[in-house]
Design a protein around this ligand. Structure first.
Ligand code: NAP
Length: 302
């Protein structure tokens, strides 16, 4: 994969022809992206209709080739394709290579399949709006999948001084530590088991806990207790200064747990969903995303 020069990012051809645009995942039925992406296309009176496509891993290559043949406008990529899609890219922005995952695809002007990662920018924009200053903080990331990669990269790049990564499959957490510790030698990045009994005593409280696991995503998880208390995660009384950020949307088990312990700063995945989508929209169309319109659309009852 070669790197894409910044100047070739914006490629919109305003010829009034509808072009394929949507999200691919497996499963994908839960995705709320069409709600707010279509609101943005309608806001500008653009002819495209954002769709959901369920694509099994074994069908990914053929699907992407078909999209390319159809001169697609853009694709978002979700579970489980964010990392594996890199094998099918011909070019990408520097973030894609650094993060090791892409959530946004588009057709480069030379007809290459190109990738970008807007989870990085979307996540940082939300933290900024919520008043969470990343430089100098200690953070914990739960999970070690495609989304975790973008979050760890974003935090380290923005100046976090410590990131612990707890994952059910500890080998995946250790692998991410190896990747990012090399890129960010000034940030202490280390793995933890997904079991607080195995965590060393925490001498320094954590300022930010990000749940990037898909725990809480499935309807049957909604009423299950989160496996950790907010106190265990933050290493101190959670009402003081810790932000609890769940990438999953809504009132999740993680946020319910934090609230029950009187946490003050809780963020669910909705605003990040819209902000990362807004950055994708801008990349595909070259137009400023109507963020307020998109946020209102995702919050409207369906
Ligand atoms: P992924 O690559 O499939 O990774 C899933 C992660 O969750 C892995 O670390 C996995 O652990 C862990 N996990 C799954 N079920 C678990 C359970 N029951 N208990 C503990 N850990 C569990 O998925 P992803 O792309 O990183 O996405 C993760 C989540 O973030 C999804 O819910 C997705 O919807 C959300 N997300 C939201 C946004 C947003 O804009 N708000 C953006 C990106 C992603 P193992 O490694 O042990 O399997």
């Amino acid at each position: 994969m070669t790197q894409l020069p910044e100047t070739t990012k914006r490629l919109y051809r305003a010829d009034g022809t509808p072009r394929p645009v949507g999200v691919i995942g497996y499963p994908v039925s839960h995705s709320r992206s069409p709600q707010f992406q279509n609101a943005a296309f309608e806001y500008y009176n653009l002819p495209h209709r954002y769709e959901k496509w369920e694509v099994a891993p074994e069908d990914l290559a053929a699907f992407l080739l078909e999209m390319k043949n159809q001169d697609f406008l853009g694709l978002n990529v979700t579970i489980p394709h964010k990392e594996s899609v890199l094998d099918h890219l011909e070019t990408g922005t520097p973030e894609v290579g650094d993060v090791g995952a892409a959530n946004t695809l588009f057709l480069h002007e030379d007809q290459y399949m190109a990738g970008h990662n807007t989870d990085v920018g979307g996540f940082l924009q939300v933290l900024k709006e919520e008043g969470c200053e990343v430089a100098g903080i200690r953070a914990m990331v739960l999970g070690a999948g495609g989304a975790a990669r973008a979050i760890i990269y974003a935090l380290a790049k923005a100046g976090a001084i410590e990131i612990s990564i707890a994952n059910r499959t500890i080998e995946r957490a250790a692998e991410l530590c190896d990747v990012f510790a090399e890129q960010f030698p000034n940030c202490h990045i280390f793995p933890l088991p997904f079991d607080s009994a195995g965590w060393p005593p925490n001498r320094n409280p954590r300022n930010l806990i990000v749940n990037t696991t898909s725990f809480g995503l499935k309807p049957e998880d909604k009423d299950k207790p989160f496996p950790f208390t907010a106190w265990q995660l933050s290493g101190h009384h959670p009402d003081r200064m810790t932000y609890f950020f769940d990438l999953v949307y809504g009132d999740t088990p993680f946020l319910k747990q934090a609230r029950s312990e009187k946490a003050q700063h809780m963020i669910d995945g909705t605003s990040m969903l819209v902000y990362q989508g807004a950055l994708s929209f801008e990349l595909w169309t070259g137009l400023p995303a109507p963020r307020e319109v998109m946020l209102a659309a995702v919050q409207a009852p369906q």
